[in-house]
Structure formats: C-alpha cells, structure tokens
Design a protein around this ligand. Structure first.
Ligand SMILES: [Zn+2]
Length: 122
C-alpha cells in the first residue's frame, strides 16, 4: 500500500510508514473515512440538486403568474366574445319566437273563425 503521507510503497500491514513514520489508518478507520466521504458526497449532491432546483422553482412561479393572468384575461375576453356572439342570436331567437307566436295566433284565430262559420252553416 501507499503511505498516506509520503505516498511511498510500504507493507500492507504496516501501521507506521518506514520512511516518514506517519501512522497509517487502520482498515476500520479507512472504512469510517470512506463512509464519511460517501455521506458528505451524498449531502453535497443533494445540496446541489436543491440549489439548482431553487431557480427553476422561482422561474416556474415567476412564469406561472403571468400565464395565470393571461389565461384569466383570455377567459374573460372569450366570455365577452361569446356573449357578443350570442346576443344577436338570442335577439333573433326572441324575434323569431314572437313572429312564430303571432303566426300561430293568426292561424288559430282563422281556424276558430272557420270552426264558428262551419258551426253556423250547419
Ligand atoms: Zn511515509
């Protein structure tokens, strides 16, 4: 293995470097350190994800607001347009209904007169 300090090749089981005298970490210490490194790396990755998600969330919020306003305005405009388009139809329908009612009344009156005349003629 390599000495943790001078990086020279020393015996795998050596507890101290034979060149610089640096104490070598035990297997357990290396596991612990590796565990810490993994934990730290995981935290760093999560932090980076959170950090990169923040502006995205802000952008979404920022761009969603005018979209919502636009949708509302568009909805109001569409409703107005629909009302304007329906208005003449409603007016026309009312007029047609009136015409039809008048016609029906005339026909009914005529029919009633005919019935009366027919009754007289009997
Ligand atoms: Zn060494």
């Amino acid at each position: 293995m390599e000495c943790v300090n001078c990086e020279r090749e020393i015996a795998d089981e050596a507890r101290f470097c034979q060149y610089c005298g640096a104490r070598q970490p035990t297997v357990q210490e290396e596991f612990t350190r590796a565990g810490h490194e993994v934990a730290e790396a995981t935290v760093a990755v999560v932090q980076r994800i959170v950090e990169s998600a923040k502006p995205v969330a802000r952008n979404v919020a920022r761009s969603a607001k005018p979209v919502a306003e636009r949708v509302t305005k568009a909805g109001a405009r569409a409703a107005e347009k629909a009302a304007k388009k329906t208005e003449p139809i409603v007016t026309e329908a009312a007029r047609a209904t009136k015409r039809a009612a008048r016609k029906t009344a005339r026909i009914t009156t005529k029919a009633a007169r005919r019935v009366k005349q027919a009754a007289k003629g009997k």
